[in-house]
Design a protein around this ligand. Structure first.
Ligand SMILES: Cc1cc2nc3c(=O)[nH]c(=O)nc-3n(C[C@H](O)[C@H](O)[C@H](O)COP(=O)(O)OP(=O)(O)OC[C@H]3O[C@@H](n4cnc5c(N)ncnc54)[C@H](O)[C@@H]3O)c2cc1C
Ligand code: FES
Length: 288
């Protein structure tokens, strides 16, 4: 049976957590029309940059602003960090204008990670929508590295169109493995699309996992996460085995400013990963 100890390890920060550290932009890849991935290398420190899957950094662009972006790379790689960003507004637009060899400010890693320890010995179901695959990708790398520790692994991914699919090559590789079940669906297909069409939650009832021994992690638009949780609950998953990652406006990222506070919870510090039972009442409330 699943363990339900949600006291996840805290991550300590030696220096002043409010001062961004300068990182060099080493690589930039365009993922889709509005999404790109950057690899960032430490400039001023020699220590490895360690993080846990699900954690985020505050990325600072001089003269533009600072925003939270999840780390989307492999947690076993510590000499550079990877972020995948969708352009939606002023800071993300400013970030897209940056070029290789320019610098960017980084504070982090912050936040509670996905339950990779709790999931050991269980089936794992990952349900992602759109850019939501980025914060879950480190979980996939971690599971692949420790594959024997986990039961069946199911990845369900949905996007609006085939052109919006992130990490296409990796998805193909993962789909080709005998020890992973990967399904991708789109809201609207095109002539080249010969796979699932429809919302990602439609894939859940046919996915191979044991609801009583499963940890589910979901990330994407809140309405998608809510329907995912409802579908998993209907199949018998306890609410406390369903984990979601919440997005709210953040300023400090470390529980100081109160910008992301809801009741006694700070999304930045107590989350962004929560069990569904912890946060089901604040879904769809943008201003908290
Ligand atoms: C913990 C955490 C992790 C995150 N990880 C990622 C990540 O890995 N990759 C990523 O691309 N984003 C991620 N985000 C979201 C990202 O922080 C926002 O998209 C960003 O702050 C927008 O800043 P902006 O100045 O470009 O847009 P703003 O100028 O702040 O917003 C412009 C417009 O876009 C809308 N908007 C803002 N955010 C979003 C959004 N997420 N989706 C749709 N519309 C939005 C606003 O309501 C506004 O209308 C994360 C957020 C949090 C809290
Ligand atoms: S962003 Fe400041 S308390 Fe969460």
């Amino acid at each position: 049976m699943c363990k339900t100890n949600h006291e996840l390890p805290a991550v300590s920060h030696g220096d002043n957590v409010m001062v961004p550290e300068e990182f060099l932009i080493d690589k930039i890849r365009k993922n889709t029309e509005d999404t790109f991935t950057m690899d960032l290398v430490r400039l001023t420190k020699k220590e490895p940059f360690k993080f846990l899957p699900g954690q985020f950094n505050m990325l600072y662009i001089n003269g533009v602003g600072e925003i939270p972006i999840s780390i989307s790379g492999d947690p076993s790689i510590t000499d550079y960090i990877t972020h995948t960003t969708r352009v939606v507004g002023s800071v993300t637009r400013g970030m897209r204008r940056l070029k290789i060899n320019q610098t960017i400010g980084v504070r982090g890693p912050f936040g509670r990670p996905w339950p990779i320890k709790e999931a050991v010995g269980n089936d794992v179901v990952l349900v992602a929508g759109g850019i939501g695959l980025a914060p879950l990708r480190p979980v996939i790398y971690h599971i692949l590295k420790h594959r024997k520790k986990y039961g069946r692994v199911v990845i369900l991914y949905g996007t609006r169109t085939p052109d919006d699919i992130l990490y296409r090559q990796e998805l193909e590789q993962w789909r080709g493995r005998f020890d992973m079940n990967v399904s991708v669906t789109v809201d609207r297909g095109d002539n080249s699309w010969h796979s699932h069409v429809g919302v990602v939650t439609k894939l859940i009832p046919n996915a191979p996992f044991d609801p009583l021994n499963t940890i589910a992690m979901t990330c994407g638009p809140e309405v998608m996460m809510r329907y995912t949780a409802m579908s998993l609950i209907e199949m018998g998953l306890p609410m406390e085995h369903i984990y979601v990652s919440l997005e709210r406006n953040m300023k400090c990222g470390v529980g100081l400013c109160g910008h992301c506070q809801y009741t006694d919870k700070f999304i930045c510090k107590d989350g962004p990963v929560f069990t569904y039972d912890q946060i089901k009442n604040i879904f769809n409330k943008r201003e908290i």
